[in-house]
Design a protein around this ligand. Structure first.
Ligand SMILES: Nc1ncnc2c1ncn2[C@@H]1O[C@H](COP(=O)(O)OP(=O)(O)OP(=O)(O)O)[C@@H](O)[C@H]1O
Ligand SMILES: [Mg+2]
Length: 389
């Protein structure tokens, strides 16, 4: 892989040489470190594209090594692959919780597994006859998710989508509210019309094409994006067909540049494939113990479903007041880096919602508005970067 740099950390010189040579043969630039501390210095100084390391270290605890990388801006998103001389499950679990992307055990299978992980991360050299992935033409899919209700997912989804549209006025942005059995983006942005997920799903699929969405979807004043509102009531929400949802999202992906979904806490057979397809998964976490613990459960589950950590964009939202866990505490419990923290806005947040106004319009100079803008920018950059891999 020309142009990609890998930092190899292994205290064992024979093992380190073996890995370094293997990677050089594959055209990677290789940096080597013989201790945890040396590796941290090299990682922060040279910002490699990947850190490959044996977590059995004598100068620094494995978890601490990972958290130090994860908590530093220069390496918070760098892929980390552990290739471990310890076959036990305890270290494996600790390393995964601390934030490694892959944990391999040194064995005869380690090398093929490593090669597979590298091609997943950097893109395999595909045979010439392979067709370009259809995904290239599709809009960026952003799926807002939470482990528990009331964490501010819908409000952040609408507000961040508005900021994305504002930052990219030429791009087409659509928000679709998929929270079942009842949606809430419509009420937040003040849309009271008849067109929603249920009425659209009732139309023959031939009719709900790209043109239909461009033409028919409302564009609520002040919010700038187009909206596919959610189910208006549980009775409708419960009879909605899952296959129609997938089909509608597929069409939106060819019709828009950014497709921003609110699926709230409805992690289900219908929503899982959407999460797996997503370019970016903003995971909204409030600061109370129970939400943070549930978020850990959800994150552990998502990992078993093949969701990459790099795609998860955790947002800590102080929706419940000033008390609660700190960012560092939440990160340790969940085992994920928190990318952004939204301050508690007291009644102002609900007031903006009740007036159907975006936060950045109602309180343009508030810290929360600045953070929303920054977050929108950051999310777009990250999504593009992940696409470019
Ligand atoms: N940072 C914040 N500061 C103050 N209030 C907030 C903050 N974030 C969210 N809220 C309030 O929390 C409430 C819940 O917000 P919202 O409906 O967006 O959450 P949700 O996670 O989508 O909930 P649901 O489970 O109902 O879908 C709203 O009244 C909102 O005004
Ligand atoms: Mg909601």
């Amino acid at each position: 892989m020309v142009g990609k740099t890998i930092l190899v950390l292994d205290e064992n010189i024979a093992s380190r040489n073996f890995l370094a040579n293997l990677l050089r043969e594959k055209q990677f630039e290789v940096l080597e470190a013989a201790s945890g501390k040396e590796a941290l210095i090299a990682a922060w100084r040279d910002e490699p594209d990947l850190v490959l390391f044996d977590p059995v270290l004598s100068d620094i605890h494995d978890e601490e090594f990972i958290l130090k990388l994860r908590n530093d801006q220069r390496t918070s998103k760098t892929p980390l692959i552990a290739i471990s001389s310890d076959p036990g499950p305890v270290r494996k679990e600790a390393c995964i919780n601390a934030g490694v992307n892959e944990y391999l055990i040194k064995s005869s299978q380690a090398i093929p597994a490593l090669e597979e992980a590298l091609s997943r991360l950097f893109g395999a050299e595909k045979p010439a006859e392979a067709p370009p992935p259809a995904k290239e033409k599709k809009g960026i899919l952003v799926v807002f998710l939470s482990a528990k209700g009331g964490t501010g997912t819908s409000s952040l989804c609408a507000n961040l989508a508005m900021n994305i549209q504002q930052l990219h006025p030429k791009e087409r942005v659509v928000v679709a509210d998929l929270v079942l059995p009842i949606g809430s983006i419509g009420p937040i942005v003040g849309y009271e019309g008849k067109l929603n997920l249920v009425t659209v799903a009732d139309l023959p699929s031939g009719q709900t094409n790209e043109d239909f969405f461009h033409r028919e979807l409302p564009q609520p004043e002040l919010w700038k994006f187009q909206l596919l509102a959610g189910s208006p009531d549980p009775q409708h929400g419960n009879i909605l067909r899952g296959d129609r949802i997938i089909e509608i999202v597929e069409t939106l992906r060819t019709a828009y540049d950014f497709i921003i979904l609110d699926i709230g806490r409805s992690l289900s057979r219908i929503s899982l494939p959407l999460i797996q397809e997503a370019d970016l998964i903003p995971l909204v976490v409030s600061t109370d113990q129970s939400t943070v613990k549930l978020t850990k459960t959800v994150w552990n589950y998502l990992q078993t479903q093949g969701i990459e950590q790099q795609k998860v964009y955790a947002i800590l939202n102080r929706a419940v007041g000033l008390e609660g866990l700190t960012k560092a505490e939440a990160e340790t419990i969940i085992g994920l880096t928190i990318q952004k923290a939204m301050p508690y806005m007291g009644g102002n947040f609900a007031l903006a919602n009740n007036l159907n106004q975006p936060i950045t319009t109602k309180y343009p100079t508030d810290t929360a508005s600045l953070i929303l803008k920054e977050t929108a920018e950051d999310m777009v950059k990250l999504a593009h970067r992940l696409r470019a891999r």
